[in-house]
Design a protein around this ligand. Structure first.
Ligand SMILES: CCCCCCCC/C=C\CC(=O)SCCNC(=O)CCNC(=O)[C@H](O)C(C)(C)COP(=O)(O)OP(=O)(O)OC[C@H]1O[C@@H](n2cnc3c(N)ncnc32)[C@H](O)[C@@H]1OP(=O)(O)O
Length: 282
């Protein structure tokens, strides 16, 4: 069963009503170009777009709204030209309240599912570093354009976290089974060139403007295509992964909670946070 089906009949209404959502202090801002029907969704949580419960809630809400407004494509990017997204907010994992920790992981699952399962085409414009959950956001998109001189990868194991099965699956789908196994286990971070070589990103760009042109070029490739056939094919390919995640989500949450509450992990996290600060002070 398809979860969502593109409804071409709703397009004419959409073409007349254009949205620029969100205020200047919003965690996520969205602009829709009324000529193309493409939305640019910008993550806006200074300093590094780390994924707090609130930011993830906003991402899910934004994607749901865009799904209802029938846009023709989306570019996901960052307000900062240095960090696309620094992954899960580490502070959410330091001596956490258990109910909030469960909510955080559940919302990360929702973020993955809603971005991965959009009916419209999606491009990640990776204009900065994208470790862990940052890489996850990029992997959910159909196409990835990355600016030069940044790093991307699933470095969770380096932090003492296990990579959940649904995220492993997205990595496998992108770079192949063998490479995904090696690099999820090692927690490899790739520079932009190596990310291109291994297929973790699709194109490189010298700077933001060029990256946006490349992102729009990808979206334009669908201009003449039946939106129904496009989205139906995408969702037929992706829905099973989403349903599998949803079936196992409770166990996944508990595995995460157990992982985070482990005293070795908590001690490691303190050291890691200190190392981030020391690096900054050098
Ligand atoms: C079944 C079990 C499941 C287990 C989990 C599975 C995992 C799946 C998904 C997600 C997990 C995660 O995402 S864990 C988070 C991983 N993220 C990182 O390791 C990134 C750490 N950050 C960096 O490497 C760098 O900050 C950067 C390269 C992203 C940017 O470097 P830059 O030099 O520009 O900035 P600073 O390092 O000075 O950082 C500024 C400021 O932000 C704080 N910071 C950075 N990252 C985070 C973060 N992820 N969460 C919270 N805060 C973060 C950093 O400490 C600085 O703070 P101060 O200014 O106060 O010092």
């Amino acid at each position: 069963m398809l979860r969502k089906i593109f409804n071409p009949a709703r397009l004419s209404r959409f073409q007349r009503t254009m949205v620029t959502v969100s205020s200047s202090d919003a965690l996520v801002s969205t602009e829709v170009d009324d000529k193309t029907g493409y939305a640019t969704v910008t993550l806006n949580r200074a300093p590094v777009n780390s994924l707090s419960l609130e930011l993830m809630t906003e991402i899910v809400k934004t994607v749901d709204e865009l799904e209802r407004s029938n846009i023709r494509g989306m570019v996901l990017t960052s307000f900062s030209n240095k960090v696309f997204c620094a992954g899960l907010d580490i502070m959410e994992m330091v001596n956490p309240d258990l109910d909030r920790l469960r909510a955080v992981w559940t919302r990360l699952q929702d973020t993955w599912a809603s971005l991965y399962g959009t009916s419209f085409p999606t491009v990640a414009l990776i204009n900065g570093h994208a470790p862990a959950g940052g890489c996850l956001l990029a992997l959910c998109c159909e196409y990835r354009v990355m600016c030069n001189n940044f790093n991307i990868g699933l470095n969770e194991t380096q932090l003492g976290l296990a990579v959940p099965p649904w995220l492993q699956g997205t990595m496998r789908q992108t770079i192949g089974t063998r490479e995904a196994e090696i690099h999820c286990i090692k927690g490899t971070m790739f520079n932009s060139q190596d990310a291109l070589k291994i297929g973790l990103v699709d194109e490189l760009a010298a700077e933001n403007g060029e990256a946006m042109q490349r992102a729009l070029h990808y979206l334009n490739t669908f201009k003449q295509m039946s939106p129904y056939a496009r989205s139906a094919t995408k969702l037929l390919m992706r829905n099973k992964d989403i349903e599998d995640m949803k079936r196992g989500r409770k166990e996944d949450v508990e595995r995460f909670v157990e992982n985070v509450m482990n005293s070795d992990f908590q001690n490691g996290l303190t050291v890691y946070l200190q190392s981030l600060k020391n690096r900054k002070n050098k």
